[in-house]
Design a binder for this molecule. Structure first.
Ligand SMILES: [Zn+2]
Length: 309
């Protein structure tokens, strides 16, 4: 249990919060056709409907849009950008930007395919009259070094593809030197809990995605957040939470697996915000604004120990 030992060591020196902490909150939404990689007959209309509904949800949100959806939604995307919503890229057709995964049928992209699809995505932004995308989140949080190199070469500044579901410290990692990428993971509590799939026990990490957040009781949520805040401060980073939602989670779905999806999830996010605001001084920021806060950390040696392996 190397991970647990390392974590205990870090937390031993942590100071519990004694005053109201400022916590930067980034609401992020992956906008995709169908259900991400679960291609079971959804379509791009759902994504358009979602984009039409998020106008007044919160200030300073960030959306990651599949490149192939940009053209048909260019008008609403321009309007969202004018309102200050930050728009990043979420692959082109929800491909695999890293190694094969046992739970996905997708095959990994070749370097040439990555290059073409990244350029196609950027071209879609240009043709739609949007700012060139500077932030990226890979589908299924799978990205390898060649993807990161390409992103840096193409002028991307922030990547949010770290594999939070596999357990990592909820702090940024820096790739490619001062002009490279700031990698900010979707928030995860790195203390694992033991779960069971049939007879097989396995460790599960609590990722701050909409489904997990909806299943959590308020006390549990605050416990996780407090632990994450202390950990981030101990490692020299400003406390922050990056929450992951998907466009299809805000529409009623017929499949049982997705029965937590509904338009009322916008209300759920507002309530979540209220609960956090009662306990922390919450500042809503976009992904890029959050990344700006970490520029001073770039030379910090602590950042290199982000993945607990
Ligand atoms: Zn996705």
């Amino acid at each position: 249990m190397l991970r647990a030992r390392k974590l205990r060591q870090i937390m031993k020196h942590a100071q519990p919060p004694t005053e109201t902490r400022t916590v930067f909150l980034v609401l992020t939404f992956d906008v995709e056709s169908e259900y991400g990689s679960h291609r079971v007959g959804g379509n791009g209309v759902a994504a358009s409907q979602f984009l039409g509904n998020i106008q007044n949800v919160s200030e300073n949100m960030t959306i990651f849009v599949q490149g192939s959806l940009v053209q048909q939604n260019s008008e609403i995307l321009r309007s969202l950008e004018r309102q200050g919503i930050e728009i990043g890229l979420h692959g082109y057709r929800h491909e695999l930007w890293g190694p094969a995964q046992w739970y996905l049928a997708d095959r990994p992209l070749t370097l040439q395919e990555k290059k073409s699809l990244l350029e196609a995505g950027m071209e879609a932004f240009r043709a739609a009259g949007l700012r060139s995308p500077a932030i990226f989140r890979s589908p299924n949080l799978v990205a390898d070094t060649s993807t990161l190199q390409l992103l840096a070469e193409k002028g991307f500044r922030v990547d949010s593809s770290l594999p939070s579901h596999r357990g990592l410290l909820p702090v940024p990692v820096f790739f490619g030197g001062p002009e490279g990428l700031i990698r900010i993971p979707v928030t995860v509590d790195p203390t694992p809990s033991l779960s069971r799939k049939g007879l097989l026990p396995y460790y599960r990490y609590l990722v701050f995605d909409l489904k997990n957040l909806k299943e959590m009781k308020t006390g549990e949520l605050l416990q996780h957040v407090s632990r994450i805040v202390v950990l981030q401060e101990t490692l020299g980073f400003l406390p922050h939470l990056v929450i992951l939602c998907h466009s299809w989670e805000f529409l009623n779905q017929s499949a049982e697996e997705w029965d937590y999806c509904c338009p009322a999830n916008f209300e759920f996010l507002r309530n979540l915000d209220s609960i956090l605001s009662e306990n922390f001084s919450v500042r809503h920021v976009s992904m890029s604004t959050l990344a700006e806060q970490f520029k001073g950390n770039k030379t910090d040696a602590v950042s290199s120990c982000s993945v607990l392996e």
